[in-house]
Write a new protein. Structure first.
Length: 464
């Protein structure tokens, strides 16, 4: 008995190293095998579209976990792993990616970021959309909230990529695909943005339709500022095209006198119908103000500033809106410039002469009807007349040398009287004014050139 015990004590220490060596040998042979089978299985799946793929090995038995985008794709993945040499058993933990009904995707833009949300059909689609968002919308954060889902309509990627291009044209807003229906809301960055987006939507893939396009354009703004200190008229904002631009610039040159024209207008789409028919008469009203600002925002016309006398203010407030197309609204904010200090008749005469040296009172050709473009000049003459309330003033009419003397004499008298009538309607006493016509008898330039004739066709104010 004691001998057996002594023998076992000698045998047992020799077994322990053998066990350790066996464990090490088993481990060193199994670990490389598992790694090899996992690597070969991963390679076998490289051409199959899966998501969240995980392969774990226990000896020659593998566990495959993955999200597949179709039943056929799921079965193909299992078959590919089962066919890997050395694999004994595959534990199937694959599943289908959830199906989205309806399949909804959206891109929403605010000032700081663009958020992509909803569903994307494949990892490659998701990557493609993120890349396109960075390309279309520079300088803002792209937030990815997209989930993968089955159920996308055919050519989803093409439709979503086209809509991402439109997000780049928005200041803020959202584009949405719901199955094959497309919806857009928001504010375009530029005046022509809404039209550009509407044009692009015509290129949506077949089967997709625009359910709603509520993208709005920013206000179409035209501004004019009359600065009496700088003696400048500054035009800013937008006009529909070069022809309208030229017409507005020409109208400004005719209606304003003595002011330098600073033209910063730009051509752009989006002007409301009747734009020119509202802007040009509004410029005429601005010309009658001592200082003022005109703002045309879409179909709203705001005119603010100081008229030269109360009659002009009342006339502008009540009458200007009647000249606009019906769809336009007129919002006048017209006050009256404080009356200037009175001056003696000599100073009054100098003021009349200086003013008429800058601009001429014009009439319709061969008629005594005042040209509306001369109203601003007439208002300035009224302002001067109000400063010398005791002076009597002769309004003298002159013509060029063309035509018969009798006709010219009568025309000069009628034109002088037309000016006096305007002054009286403005509130000046008729007793202070005398209309006199001189025909072509007092030329100040030769009648052999158009320029000379234009100088001779004139109205003079003479303080008597």
């Amino acid at each position: 008995m004691h001998g057996l015990f002594r023998w076992s004590r000698k045998w047992w220490p020799g077994v322990i190293p053998l066990v350790v060596l066996w464990v090490i040998a088993a481990w060193t042979s199994t670990v490389p095998l598992e790694a090899d089978l996992a690597a070969k299985s991963g390679a076998a799946l490289k051409d199959i579209v899966l998501d969240q793929t995980k392969i774990s090995a226990d000896g020659r038995d593998l566990t495959l976990a993955a999200d597949a985008f179709s039943e056929q794709g799921r079965k193909s993945a299992l078959a590919a792993v089962e066919a890997v040499p050395g694999v004994r058993l595959v534990n199937d933990e694959t599943r289908l990616v959830p199906e989205a009904k309806p399949f909804v995707w959206a891109a929403e833009r605010d000032v700081a970021r663009v958020t992509l949300s909803g569903s994307a059909p494949l990892p490659a689609s998701k990557g493609k959309l993120l890349e396109a968002a960075h390309a279309a919308i520079n300088g803002v954060e792209i937030v990815d909230q997209m989930a993968l889902a089955r159920g996308a309509p055919q050519r989803f990627d093409d439709a979503a990529l086209l809509l991402l291009d439109q997000v780049g044209k928005l200041k803020d807003g959202k584009v949405t695909i719901s199955d094959r229906s497309v919806s857009l809301t928001g504010m375009a960055r530029d005046l022509g943005g809404r039209e550009a987006i509407a044009t692009a939507l015509r290129n949506l893939p077949d089967g997709f339709k625009v359910a709603a396009n509520d993208v709005k354009a920013p206000p179409y703004i035209f501004q004019a500022y009359k600065d009496p200190v700088a003696l400048a008229l500054t035009l800013t904002g937008y006009v529909p095209d070069d022809n309208v631009h030229a017409a507005i610039a020409q109208a400004a040159e005719h209606k304003f006198f003595g002011e330098k024209l600073v033209d910063n207008l730009k051509a752009s789409l989006g002007a409301p119908t009747g734009f020119s028919a509202a802007v040009i008469p509004a410029l005429g009203a601005l010309a009658r103000l001592s200082t003022g600002t005109l703002v045309v925002s879409d179909r709203e016309v705001k005119l603010s500033g100081d008229a030269l006398y109360e009659g002009a203010a009342a006339e502008i407030r009540a009458g200007l809106g009647k000249d606009f197309p019906r769809s336009f609204q007129f919002k006048p904010e017209i006050s009256v410039k404080p009356a200037a200090a009175p001056v003696d008749p000599t100073v009054c005469q100098q003021l009349f002469s200086d003013l008429l040296a800058k601009g001429q009172i014009r009439f319709e050709q061969a008629r005594a009807t005042l040209d509306p473009d001369s109203i601003a000049l007439l208002d300035r003459l009224i302002e001067i007349a109000l400063r010398c309330p005791t002076a009597n003033i002769e309004v003298a009419g002159h013509t060029d040398g063309d035509g018969e003397d009798g006709f010219n004499q009568a025309l000069s008298e009628k034109r002088a009287q037309a000016v006096v009538d305007y002054l009286v309607r403005a509130g000046l006493p008729a007793s202070r004014f005398t209309a006199v016509g001189y025909g072509s008898t007092q030329p100040i330039a030769g009648n052999d050139t158009d320029e000379g004739k234009a100088q001779n066709r004139r109205i003079e104010f003479l303080v008597r």
